[in-house]
Design a binder for this molecule. Structure first.
Ligand code: HPA
Length: 272
């Protein structure tokens, strides 16, 4: 059933483009600017792809963008799906399965997140080196899709150590400041209370957001290497917490866009 839907989506995309992407990119809130670095050969609206969910958040336009960055072939998801929008975890992660079927060998992910670590400032970048999943459902629940991966996928290297090492090496030469830390996923859509932010930091998280973890779990189920970055859009530690609006989150994300774009593009171009 799911496999037939995935195959229908794949078949439709293959009819539209011959490009065989080796890299997949999921662009988060306010971070669509990376698409300007793509030498675009084809764009497909999510709404035209059979069984693809359609984005409902205004800050996310739903498109698959095919093209090249340097010598790499890429497919970027402009707009992603969140659990808080009412999608099932299967829907949230459907596109990641499709990207894998299209042939990608590495997945790049970005998101907007609240900074829990008191050394973080607004619009700084955090390379995700681990996560804590507090979402109420798991995308791998139900019958295992044996074609894609094992029943109990390991999560020791959820985020590729070699890509993290490469990014840490590249960042100073690009004059980009990066942190490394743990991302915790929550369901939202409300932001957290001060007590919840404190709790999330105490259990070991450096940044909090409402996305990414389902996609990463499904990517790792398929043994796809993942590199993910959070843009810190609001500060969530004592002394810095303030009421936050979506507009402020988007503005802070936009501010970080040039740095994030430089880092991602360099990393993609230097892939082995
Ligand atoms: N909490 C949860 N998700 C977020 C936040 C936050 O403070 N900022 C951006 N996404």
């Amino acid at each position: 059933m799911v496999i037939a839907e995935l195959e229908a989506a794949l078949a439709y995309i293959r009819q539209q483009t011959d490009l065989r992407p080796s890299v997949g990119i999921i662009l988060g809130t306010g971070l669509g600017g990376l698409t300007q670095e793509i030498n675009i050969s084809h764009t497909i609206d999510y709404a035209d792809i059979p069984h693809f969910p359609v984005s409902t958040v205004e800050s996310h336009s739903g498109k698959l963008i095919f093209g090249t960055i340097g010598s790499r072939t890429v497919v970027a998801m402009q707009g992603r799906f969140h659990y808080y929008e009412g999608y099932s975890m299967q829907q949230v992660t459907f596109p990641v399965r499709v990207l894998k079927m299209l042939g990608i060998e590495t997945l790049f992910v970005s998101n907007a997140a609240g900074g829990l670590n008191p050394t973080y400032q607004k619009s700084e970048l955090m390379i995700i080196n681990d996560h804590i999943n507090l979402l109420p459902e798991n995308p791998l629940t139900g019958k295992n899709l044996d074609q894609f991966g094992v029943r109990f996928p390991d999560m020791f290297h959820a985020y590729s150590p070699s890509l993290i090492a490469k990014a840490l090496q590249i960042a100073p030469s690009l004059d980009v400041k990066v942190h490394q830390g743990v991302y915790v996923s929550v369901s939202g859509p409300n932001l957290e209370t001060p007590a919840e932010y404190r709790y999330l930091n105490i259990i070991g998280a450096d940044a909090v957001g409402m996305s990414t973890v389902p996609e990463v779990i499904v990517a790792r189920h398929m043994e796809l290497p993942v590199f993910a970055v959070s843009v810190i859009t609001d500060l969530c530690y004592e002394g810095a917490i303030q009421p936050v609006t979506v507009a402020e989150v988007i503005e802070a994300a936009h501010k970080a866009e040039p740095s994030l774009t430089k880092l991602m593009c360099q990393l993609i171009e230097q892939l082995e």
